[in-house]
Design a protein around this ligand. Sequence first.
Ligand code: 5GP
Length: 114
Amino acid sequence: MAEKTLFQRIADREIPAQIVYEDDWCVAFRDISPQAPTHVLVVPRKPVPTLDDLEDADAEVMGRVLLAARNVARQEGLSGGWRAVINCGPDAQQTVFHVHLHLLGGRRFTWPPG
Ligand code: 5GP
């Protein structure tokens, strides 16, 4: 069996994290190095490494990630808006190879991102 990813180990409570939400499809926890007052990572339980590795059959996996992000944003009271970021691969500075959505909120963001 493949070794668990860091985020699977967090989901399985083998590594501590501030888990703020979970359902059958996803787990969400606070980023260890927050870039905004709210910075939560929404992670599918399925350990797909990057967006490039998604298969057509994973449509519900990513749909559930977006719905979980919406739920967390509501829970966090981000009524003024929030940003969702998914880094894919080295050029985008992805560092953990288990797909995850960064939910950022609580401050005003600029565009384009850096
Ligand atoms: P990426 O660069 O892959 O898009 O994002 C990975 C994110 O995971 C980073 O924002 C980083 O701060 C966060 N991270 C890395 N290790 C841990 C950890 O052990 N616990 C938590 N909560 N976040 C982590």
